[in-house]
Design a protein around this ligand. Sequence first.
Ligand code: ATP
Ligand code: MG
Length: 245
Amino acid sequence: MSDVPESHPRYLSLKLRDTIVAGVESGVTSIHGLMAHGRGEAFDYLIGEKTQPFAMDAIRAGAAALLLAKHPVISVNGNVAALTPCELVTFASVLEAPLEVNIFHASKEREGAIQEHLRKHGATDVLMPTTDAQLSFIDSNRKFVHPEGIFRADVVFVPLEDGDRCEALQKMGKTVVTVDLNPMSRTAKCAGVTIVDNVVRALPLLIQKVQMLQNTTLNELREIISQYSNDKTLQAALQWIRRKR
Ligand code: ATP
Ligand code: MG
């Protein structure tokens, strides 16, 4: 990273900024991704830049939903690819689920750069958008999906999702598990499970939770999901943000 010492109080946050900037420079992340990152940073500040209990609850429910899925898929955009490439590859192998590139701003070049970036980090199976399968209820570039991936998935893990597509996926009967630092975003409200946390902290914890729950019975996994309320989780996140310090 530039010349910021590790002792700097904003070291981690500044390091992440550098990672996103490097993502833009290498063609993996869209320039618009910088703004999405900035919005995330603001909410991260408000939640204390730590994984809070409401995020842990969602991580548990998200892990259960993904373990119960018949066809889980991990959707990857330019921000997530830049921030957590190793974790995405590990998660795909732990879940035995494909990674699928899906970005908002149409660009064949950037889709290829994301695929290449994931491969460099050890991914073997990276599905790409196709014109053979399209999501209903959505007009943006994100409607183009892979027939063996998001199109047939019953549970989709989509960190840093866009509200429109989250709604479209839900309307198609798919369960959405997302990571979004903004508990007020359309995505956060529309997803089945919203992990209000930074993806760089949440993804390693989600991987750990999936590994911990791997031998849990189906009934116990269903029980975890039935006890979970996404509305309550978002309310808890909002209360945390509003609390007096
Ligand atoms: P929506 O379309 O759901 O209303 P939005 O339009 O406000 O959301 P988008 O640009 O579509 O936002 O998606 C970016 C979202 O990702 C924002 O809510 C932002 O807070 C969140 N975000 C950005 N960086 C991170 C990160 N590192 N970890 C988790 N969430 C993040
Ligand atoms: Mg949006």
